[in-house]
Design a protein. Structure first.
Lengths: 150, 98, 101
């Protein structure tokens, strides 16, 4: 699974973004692109030391300033669904597929494609494994305030 | 190709990541790309201190940008589960200097 | 170069033209001004720009002191963050923090 696919799937979800300068932004992801540039709405910005806060309607963040993104746990299951769906969607029209020698992938995906090793879709075994309610603003914010590093 | 094949074998395994700001994040590698951006599921941060044991902060699902990653390591889960983190003392890592 | 070429469609800056925007730049500078123009590389033209000065003891921290810059161009490669000043306010801690950790 590609990080940017996960990010794309997270559109509309709340998330926490920490920038390289230590500021954090809590907001709903409106859009993102292949550079990881992101557009957030209903944002709360927390200063590096976690002592000042700003509310902003929206903001645009350049991808290369991002340190990490914290996304709700359930988003990863959605990506799975979508990749599975697109896979099953693709199969019926692929009738000409069995005839070949299995070398030419009709979908044209590169043979080394990283997203492919998910053939075990069903084997993803932690149904109840995630004991959390997903990231929320509170934990994110208190965290932003808690670190005081460097 | 840059650094790509190396991580493929670690997918769905526990890995330990040291970030440029000196944090240690442990989680299950769910994906990565050419820029070494990675997806960590069920991740937590281990906060080291010389005064008390290792604190674990639950982080959940994370996307870490590749240019913020210093080290990715495979976790030996048997060895790791035998660690008594509450007894471990260590200096926190300093951030890297550019 | 390849950085930030083409589709900067994530944010449509057109709706901010002639409106106040806040811009954070790599290195820590922060300016606000009226957006007069932009291009696809995120170079920005700001009029009546005001820079927030930084704490001389801790350059990572902004103070409320400002200096007027007038009409400026922000180089796109240095732009970290753009947001409209409308609807941006400093607020009290919105996160409940039971411990002062």
């Amino acid at each position: 699974m590609l990080p940017l696919s996960l990010l794309k799937t997270a559109q509309g979800h709340p998330m926490l973004v920490e920038l390289k300068n230590g500021e954090t932004y809590n907001g709903h992801l409106v859009n993102c692109d292949t550079w990881m540039n992101i557009h957030l709405r209903e944002v709360i910005c927390t200063s590096k030391d976690g002592d000042r806060f700003w509310r902003m309607q929206e903001c645009y963040i350049r991808g290369n300033t991002i340190k990490y993104l914290r996304v709700p746990d359930e988003v990863i299951d959605k990506v799975q669904e979508e990749t599975n769906k697109s896979r099953t969607d693709r199969k019926p029209p692929g009738v000409g597929r069995g005839r070949g020698r299995g070398r030419d992938d009709p979908s044209g995906r590169p043979a080394k494609g990283m997203g492919r090793s998910q053939d075990d879709g069903g084997a993803k075994g932690f149904g109840g494994g995630r004991g959390r309610s997903g990231p929320n603003n509170r934990s994110g914010g208190s965290r932003g305030g808690g670190r005081g590093r460097g | 190709m840059s650094g790509g094949p190396g991580l493929e074998s670690l997918v769905d395994q526990q890995i330990s990541v040291i970030t440029n700001d000196g944090r240690n994040i442990v989680g299950v590698l769910k994906g990565f790309d050419q820029a070494t951006n990675i997806i960590l599921d069920e991740s937590h941060e281990r906060v080291y201190s010389t005064k008390e044991g290792v604190q674990q902060l639950v982080l959940g699902l994370y996307i870490i940008r590749g240019d913020n990653i210093s080290i990715v390591g495979e976790v030996d889960e048997d060895l790791d589960s035998n660690l008594d983190l509450s007894e471990l003392r260590a200096h926190p890592l300093k951030p890297i200097i550019h | 170069m390849s950085q930030s070429g083409r589709k900067e469609t994530v944010l449509d800056l057109a709706k901010f033209v002639d409106k106040g925007v806040q811009v954070k730049l790599t290195g820590g500078r922060q300016v606000t001004g009226t957006l007069k123009g932009y291009d696809q590389l995120l170079n920005l033209v700001l009029d009546e720009a005001v820079e927030f000065l930084r704490d001389p003891d801790d350059p990572l921290k902004n103070t409320d002191q400002t200096r007027r810059l007038g009409l400026i161009v922000c180089r796109g490669t240095a732009v970290m963050l753009v947001s409209p000043t409308d609807g941006t306010d400093e607020i009290a801690n919105p996160f409940i923090q039971p411990d002062g950790a």
